[in-house]
Design a protein around this ligand. Structure first.
Ligand SMILES: NC(=O)c1ccc[n+]([C@@H]2O[C@H](COP(=O)([O-])OP(=O)(O)OC[C@H]3O[C@@H](n4cnc5c(N)ncnc54)[C@H](OP(=O)(O)O)[C@@H]3O)[C@@H](O)[C@H]2O)c1
Length: 243
């Protein structure tokens, strides 16, 4: 497909489902060659088939540094890096399995950091990184202590790298989704607690609905294209953080 991104290479971690898939589809629709990286080979194969436009799947567990290194080693160039791989862990502080909080950080925080570490040497002038954070960095979200801390860490990393990488001509931003349909949630909350939580959060959203992955992808696409935005955390949340 010919488009404004023809000739560009975009790596999307977590690109087989949800927000990452929508992002990969959006970039491919503008002509980019997209490389999808996540763990489940079957889901990757389906995503690559649906996206077309020479999309490529490279099975990768982003919590494994050697695998992240291998992912980028094989690439000649990276023009766009979008890091959507990661999970969501909900639970009350005194009961959630504490070891899962560590593995949450290994995949969703260190996975993003490691991707930037190995991608940057391959990034030419005018390339861009878009990290994935979440509004839990800015609002008090019950049952989400570890995830909230993680989102704050991603926001801080975004600002630091935006300043560090500006001399190399690399822009760094983050999208910060609110409640978006389709995420894979790990939780030990009861069905009733989860339903109450969903109601509570929807009540806080001025647009009165959850967002769609395609709506987040549109924000990522704008960040990738606008050459004067760097160091920004863009809330894609139906107005939640404004209310
Ligand atoms: N949806 C929301 O409301 C929302 C809000 C704020 C933030 N976020 C964050 O946004 C990101 C994308 O969410 P989503 O809604 O698109 O959820 P999703 O559909 O569950 O996507 C997460 C993707 O990450 C991949 N992944 C998970 N752990 C991985 C690992 N260790 N290595 C490689 N890939 C891994 C999964 O594929 P495999 O399992 O095949 O590896 C999956 O494709 C997540 O980090 C999520 O926490 C989502």
């Amino acid at each position: 497909m010919e488009g404004i991104l023809t000739g560009k290479i975009a790596v999307v971690t977590g690109g087989a489902t949800g927000i990452g898939y929508a992002v990969a589809k959006r970039f491919a629709s503008a002509g980019a060659k997209v490389i999808l990286a996540s763990r489940n080979s079957q889901r990757l194969a389906t995503a690559v088939r649906n996206i077309g436009n020479e999309a490529v799947a490279i099975p990768t567990d982003v919590s494994n540094v050697e695998q992240v290194q291998r992912l980028f080693e094989g690439l000649e160039r990276v023009d766009i890096l979008v890091t959507c791989a990661g999970a969501a862990l909900f639970g009350e502080i005194d009961t959630f399995p504490i070891a899962q909080a560590k593995s949450l950080f290994e995949g969703r925080f260190f996975g993003q950091l490691a991707a930037a570490h190995y991608a940057v040497p391959k990034m030419p002038l005018e390339s861009v990184i878009v990290f994935c954070s979440g509004i839990a960095a800015s609002v008090g979200l019950p049952y989400y202590s570890a995830g909230s801390a993680l989102c704050g860490a991603v926001n801080s990393m975004t600002r630091a790298l935006a300043v560090e990488l500006a001399p190399k001509g690399i822009r760094v931003n983050a999208i910060s989704p609110g409640l978006i349909e389709g995420t894979d949630i790990q939780s030990n909350l009861s069905k009733e607690q989860l339903e109450n939580f969903a109601e509570l959060t929807k009540a806080k959203i001025p647009l009165k609905r959850a967002g769609q992955p395609d709506e987040v992808a549109e924000a990522v696409f704008s960040l990738a294209l606008c050459s004067y935005i760097t160091g920004q955390i863009i809330e894609v949340d139906g107005g939640w953080t404004a209310s």
